[in-house]
Design a protein around this ligand. Structure first.
Ligand code: HEM
Length: 445
């Protein structure tokens, strides 16, 4: 339409799911025009392989991601590619996210999962559990304790003021990307006034955590915060500034909890509907860990291959970061179309991960065996990218996978997961995706 372009065809509440419908309607590559600004969308096929090529394309920091810069500044996720703070923090933090480093987080993760299970046991008789909310409690607690030695008391208290402020800030950043500014002034004035207060509270709280560690009020710990305080960047020899440490802490809280929580929630949804998968997973868990309910050891997590396939398949059907942005490094072409330097491209993973040419006619079905090693080898590498691509791919990949496999295995050891009759999956979006109003009965085994 004149002036507003395709704006009326978008769905501000479920933007990525709408893009997925467009991909089905229009094909692998198309352009949408939102009030004069043009966005290229890629949803599958060879175009995806092209746009993942780091020599021609790079991460683009545009709304809604750039809206988070107000909170996380040049933190890892929101930094522009050339900002020096990115390379410095990347160099300092990469070793802390290797598969081996997971050993130092394993016990805290196990403890948090057990606290969740105890919380569910205490709640028994109060009806089905609110899965997305409980998974958020778990993953926030895990990143808080493993990252910064901080507990949000997730299983004892009702909502924590920090968590409430963070939820509002994420919601604000996500909605701001789809709103018309003048309408926001009129209808969203309350959120507009609240947002700076929330951001100030979040920054203040994190500054307090950092200061307490620095002056010895809280003990030294082998975690991400200690690493940032002590380890210089091997390239420059410099330590991260306090502002950068604060930005990274906020970044991990944002990037490291809702994504894994969404993944766990979707996985539990599918497991509740597929008892034969639960049987198979339990047979594996019992073979690796035994039947006596002993805690899962660090080395055992990597042996839970079927549980891992459940996680992989969950991230295929519902990648919790459902889309990401790329930009052309120079004038180039994409699927034969001309692109100017800097052109922004949205990669809709949700569509790519269901591309029938890559995943077969049953692409919409949940089937963990798609991730058997031979099947993985038979597919092109660009078919599956739940953790992004290139230099700016997810630093927390191993962390998320370790946590998800550990948590799912422990939950299946302790509970039967029973669906609530009549539940139809609907998916809400707020930068990340999650099953909406998913409630499951958890019966102690
Ligand atoms: C299943 C869980 C997760 C998924 C699906 C996921 C997905 C992603 C994706 C797609 C990106 C790239 C975004 C882009 O290109 O704009 C990304 C980046 C990032 N993720 Fe994750 N993530 C997950 C868990 C985590 C965890 C647990 C952490 C931290 C503990 C984390 C920290 C980050 C950071 C810091 C970045 C930015 C990296 C950089 O640009 O250098 N993520 N993630």
């Amino acid at each position: 339409m004149p002036v507003i372009g395709d704006a009326l065809r978008l769905d501000p509440k479920r933007p990525v799911q709408r893009e997925m419908e467009f991909v089905r309607e229009l094909g692998d590559v198309f352009e949408i025009n939102i009030v004069g600004s043009k966005l290229i969308v890629v949803g599958g096929g060879a175009a995806a392989a092209e746009v993942f090529d780091e020599s021609r394309f790079a991460k683009a920091v545009v709304p809604p991601v750039s809206n988070l810069r107000e909170l996380a500044g040049d933190g890892l996720f929101t930094a522009f590619n050339r900002e020096p703070a990115w390379a410095q923090a990347h160099n300092v933090l990469m070793p802390a996210f290797s598969q081996l480093s997971m050993r130092s987080y394993h016990d805290a993760m196990t403890q948090c999962v057990d606290e969740l299970c105890d919380y569910w046991t205490d709640q028994a008789g109060r009806g089905p559990a609110d899965i997305s909310s409980d998974m958020n409690r778990l993953t926030l607690e895990v990143i808080g304790r493993t990252g910064f030695g901080y507990s949000f008391d997730s299983f004892d208290s009702e909502r924590h003021e920090f968590v409430e402020a963070m939820t509002r800030v994420l919601s604000f950043a996500s909605k701001a990307a789809n709103d018309v500014p003048i309408l926001r002034e009129i209808f969203g004035w309350k959120a507009l006034r609240q947002n700076p207060k929330d951001i100030a509270l979040l920054k203040r709280s994190v500054d307090d955590v950092i200061a307490a560690r620095r002056d010895g009020t809280t003990p030294r710990q082998d975690d991400l915060l200690q690493r940032m305080l002590e380890h210089p960047d091997p390239d420059t020899g410099g330590l991260l500034s306090d502002a950068s440490i604060r930005n990274q802490v906020l970044t991990f809280l944002i990037a490291g909890h809702e994504t894994t929580a969404g993944t766990l929630s979707f996985a539990l949804h599918y497991l509740s509907l597929n008892p034969e998968m639960v049987d198979k997973a339990r047979a594996e868990i019992e073979a690796v860990i035994g039947r006596d309910g002993a805690p899962i050891q660090f080395e055992q997590v990597a042996k839970l291959r079927y549980v891992r396939r459940i996680v992989d398949e969950t991230l295929r059907l519902w990648p919790s970061g459902p889309a990401f942005f790329r930009k052309a490094r120079a004038d180039t072409t994409l699927s034969g179309y001309q692109l100017g330097k800097g052109a922004t491209i949205l990669v809709v993973l949700l569509a790519l991960h269901r591309d029938r040419r890559l995943w077969g006619e049953n692409a919409e079905e949940f089937d963990p065996d798609r991730f058997l090693p031979a099947a993985v080898r038979a597919r092109p590498a660009h078919a599956y990218k739940p953790f992004g691509v290139g230099a700016r791919a997810c630093i927390g990949r191993q962390f998320a996978l370790h946590e998800a496999v550990l948590a799912l295995s422990r939950i299946l050891m302790r509970f039967d997961v029973v669906p609530t009759p009549g539940y139809e999956l609907s998916v809400s979006e707020l930068l990340t995706i999650r099953p909406e109003k998913l409630r499951l009965h958890l019966r102690t085994r």
